[in-house]
Ligand binder design. Structure first.
Ligand code: ZN
Length: 129
C-alpha cells in the first residue's frame, strides 16, 4: 500500500522541473563516463588472483581503485567518486594511477592495508571481523 504522499504523486505527476533535468543530465554524464572507464580498463578486475571468474563478474561491481592508495586524499578534492571531474581525471590518466577492482578485491585490499572509508578508524585498532 502506498503512503498518502506517494499515492498523491502517482495520481498527480508533477511537470519536470529544471532540477529534474539537471539530475537527469548528471546521471547520463556519470553513466557515459563510467562506461568509458569500464571500456578503458577492459571490463575486468585488475587483481590477477581475483576469485570471481571473468564471465561471472557483474560489471556493476567494478570499482575504481587508486593504485597508490591515495583515494582518501584525492576524494577530499572531488568529494565523491561520481563527480564527473574525478571520472574525467580517471579517464585521462596515462600514468597508471587507477585500476578497476571488483568490490570483493577492493574491500580485501582495504582490509589488508587498513584503509577504511572516512578514515574513522585511524587508530587502526579496528578489526572488521
Ligand atoms: Zn576481483
Amino acid at each position: 500500500m502506498l503512503a498518502n504522499s506517494k499515492l498523491y504523486e502517482k495520481n498527480h505527476p508533477r511537470p519536470r522541473s529544471q532540477i529534474d533535468k539537471k539530475i537527469e543530465n548528471r546521471k547520463e554524464l556519470y553513466q557515459n563516463l563510467r562506461r568509458k572507464i569500464l571500456k578503458k580498463y577492459d571490463f575486468r578486475c585488475a587483481n590477477p588472483d581475483c576469485l570471481i571468474p571473468r564471465d561471472k563478474l557483474d560489471v556493476r561491481c567494478l570499482q575504481i581503485d587508486h593504485v597508490n592508495n591515495n583515494g582518501y586524499e584525492e576524494l577530499k578534492e572531488f568529494y565523491c567518486t561520481t563527480n564527473p571531474k574525478f571520472l574525467k581525471k580517471v579517464l585521462d590518466d596515462t600514468e597508471g594511477n587507477y585500476q578497476l577492482l571488483c568490490a570483493y578485491c577492493n574491500w580485501l585490499k582495504r582490509f589488508e592495508l587498513k584503509i577504511y572509508p572516512l578514515m574513522i578508524y585511524e587508530e587502526k585498532k579496528f578489526d572488521p571481523i
